[in-house]
Write a protein that binds this ligand. Structure first.
Ligand SMILES: NC(=O)C1=CN([C@@H]2O[C@H](COP(=O)(O)OP(=O)(O)OC[C@H]3O[C@@H](n4cnc5c(N)ncnc54)[C@H](OP(=O)(O)O)[C@@H]3O)[C@@H](O)[C@H]2O)C=CC1
Ligand SMILES: O=C(O)[C@@H]1CCC=N1
Length: 266
């Protein structure tokens, strides 16, 4: 029988997870996905992909093996109060995507005895290109199931839970950070002669290529950069101008501020 997955909180991330699970044949034949939100009509379109859409959290949880909690951190208390009567530690593996919400925070609401996993995926799950960090727990059998699910949505890395906030910033917020780079590069491309669409295509595919060079080889970025910077050429001139204006520093500082913000989310 298929593994029953309930995604509670069908917002930006919840729908990305559902879409990714429906998208690959392997995952869609293994997982039976139900997704909930109060305004369920906004995500009815997911039914076309074979996903069950409902407002009924308790019905979704009653059927589920894996329960993914994907509401905003301030919404978790109401959600758990709703599903608590049907939560069963013998049946359910709880998986939280919530930034800044600890296992202890969740246990306080659910009561003890549940395998609870903190995971940090990103919105690229929608196209099975997510990076998902999974927090280690002592629940090894359940951990395999959690990793298997997120492997079907992209790459996974098992980490100590004290790195969850760092994973949030680097991996989950990281999607926005890289997209802003692509937008800026596109704008630069327009200034030097391309139409917006052409500039975006060139910037996006180039970003993908740069990332793939590293993922393929495990090389340090600077190793690949050295291959592009022809002596006295235009690449090194551009790179150094970007650095004079604080490119690396801006990224590092942004990541640190983002990290400090997580503590204040709840
Ligand atoms: N967006 C991202 O890239 C990432 C987000 N996260 C984390 O995932 C969580 C979700 O983020 P995101 O998707 O951006 O947030 P959204 O606000 O887009 O999604 C939350 C969804 O939860 C629904 N919801 C709220 N209360 C309930 C309830 N009681 N029952 C059912 N559904 C409910 C809301 O819909 P409605 O009002 O209709 O009920 C809303 O669609 C957050 O905790 C965030 O920290 C983690 C990694 C990446
Ligand atoms: O911005 C946020 O708080 C959430 C967590 C990671 C991505 N989005």
């Amino acid at each position: 029988m298929d593994t029953q997955v309930a995604i509670l909180g069908g917002g930006n991330l919840g729908t990305a997870l559902a879409k990714g699970l429906a998208r690959t044949e392997e995952a869609s034949s293994k997982y039976d996905v139900t997704i909930t939100r109060r305004n369920a009509d906004l995500i009815r379109y997911l039914e076309d992909d074979g996903i069950t859409v409902t407002t009924d959290n308790t019905a979704a949880v009653e059927e589920a093996d894996l329960v993914i909690l994907s509401v905003q951190p301030t919404q978790i208390e109401d959600l758990v109060n709703d599903i608590k009567p049907v939560l069963d530690p013998q049946q359910h593996i709880l998986i939280s995507t919530m930034a800044g919400v600890t296992d202890e925070d969740i246990t306080e609401l659910t009561g003890s005895g549940f395998p609870i996993f903190r995971v940090m995926p990103n919105t690229a799950a929608a196209i099975n290109q997510a990076m998902t960090c999974v927090g280690k727990t002592p629940h090894k059998e359940a951990e395999e199931k959690v990793i298997e699910l997120f492997e079907s949505l992209g790459k996974t890395l098992l980490i100590n839970t004290d790195l969850m906030e760092a994973a949030t910033v680097l991996g989950a917020c990281g999607i926005a950070f890289f997209l802003r780079y692509i937008r800026a590069a596109s704008q630069g491309g327009i200034e030097v002669g391309f139409h917006a669409k052409e500039a975006q295509l060139i910037a996006s595919q180039t970003a993908l290529g740069a990332a793939a060079l590293l993922l393929d080889s495990d090389n340090h970025p600077e190793h690949e950069i050295d291959k592009v910077t022809t002596p006295k050429g235009c690449t090194i001139a551009g790179l150094n101008e970007m650095e004079h204006n604080g490119l690396s520093s801006a990224l590092i500082k942004g990541i640190k501020v983002s990290y400090e913000m997580i503590e204040k989310i709840r």
